[in-house]
Design a protein around this ligand. Structure first.
Ligand code: ZN
Length: 273
């Protein structure tokens, strides 16, 4: 069984709710580390013959079109992470449509292909944004990967496994954040801070168990997790923890997972491509 592997293609300063660092007007002032960090990921994936979905931030695509072509040339799937890295629940329906549409325009002008997948910054589709999936489908997106079945980050009523939603514009698949049941909550473990904290054997055993039950897991990584030398932003404590804690553990754990499991892009895992 192939699990889904995803990369949110964004630079070290693309952090939500981080004061001036969250303002796109300032982004050109910051050092760009995206090329060398993405190249580390590309080398690793090539070594293990794994293909992934890259959710590309529109801002990065506009700035580094060659990088996007290079990722595509390696056989990976190119999807969108929006343009300005704004959380969905901070936007109006119109602003969301504009942001995603702008990202699709710039990305498809590089790949010469329609953009089929979307991931929201910080998994930010919520109950308060009921228009999000229909807006995405209206823009031609056929799968989303932005929902978390966990109180606070999303909603416990959200699907735990891939699920097809109906919208006025057609059906759209949701591939939610992979979680494991612990008492009454669904806890994440397959990327970001949860992966960096969880013992490696625990992550492997959870994915194996899911696969035995016939479900695919989704692993997610960020280029800045491969960069121990990145400039550190003075963030509020909880956000600093989420972003930087145990960052040195990420590359080794990802490499282990690439050895242990077979991975494919989301579109392929869902049977859409
Ligand atoms: Zn992001």
């Amino acid at each position: 069984m192939k699990n889904a592997l995803t990369v949110d293609l964004e630079d070290w300063y693309h952090i939500c709710d981080a004061g001036e660092y969250s303002e796109p007007a300032r982004w050109n002032n910051y050092e760009s580390r995206i090329i060398r960090n993405t190249e580390k990921i590309l080398r690793l994936l090539k070594t293990h013959n794994a293909k992934a979905t890259f959710f590309v931030l529109g801002y990065i695509a506009a700035k580094e079109p060659r990088l996007i072509s290079d990722v595509k040339a390696e056989g990976h799937e190119i999807a969108t992470h929006g343009f300005c890295h704004r959380r969905v629940f901070e936007l109006t329906e119109r602003e969301f449509e504009h942001d995603v549409s702008e990202s699709i325009d710039v990305i498809s002008s590089i790949t010469n292909e329609p953009v089929l997948g979307f991931r929201a910054p910080e998994w930010s589709i919520r109950k308060e944004t009921p228009w999000a999936l229909s807006t995405l489908r209206k823009l031609g997106i056929v799968y989303d990967s932005s929902m978390v079945p966990l109180t606070g980050m999303g909603d416990r009523s959200f699907p735990v496994y891939p699920y097809k939603f109906n919208t006025p514009y057609g059906d759209i698949w949701e591939f939610p954040l992979t979680t494991t049941r612990l008492f009454w909550e669904n806890l994440p473990f397959s990327g970001g801070l949860p992966l960096r904290i969880a013992p490696y054997f625990y992550v492997v055993s959870k994915i194996k168990r899911m696969n035995r039950q016939g479900h695919q897991a989704m692993v997610y990584i960020h280029p800045w997790e491969f960069d121990g030398e990145q400039p550190k932003i003075d963030l509020p404590l909880s956000r600093r923890f989420m972003h930087y804690f145990n960052i040195k553990a990420a590359p080794g754990k990802i490499e282990g997972l690439l050895r242990h499991f077979k991975f494919a892009p989301v579109g392929s895992v869902l049977g859409l491509s």
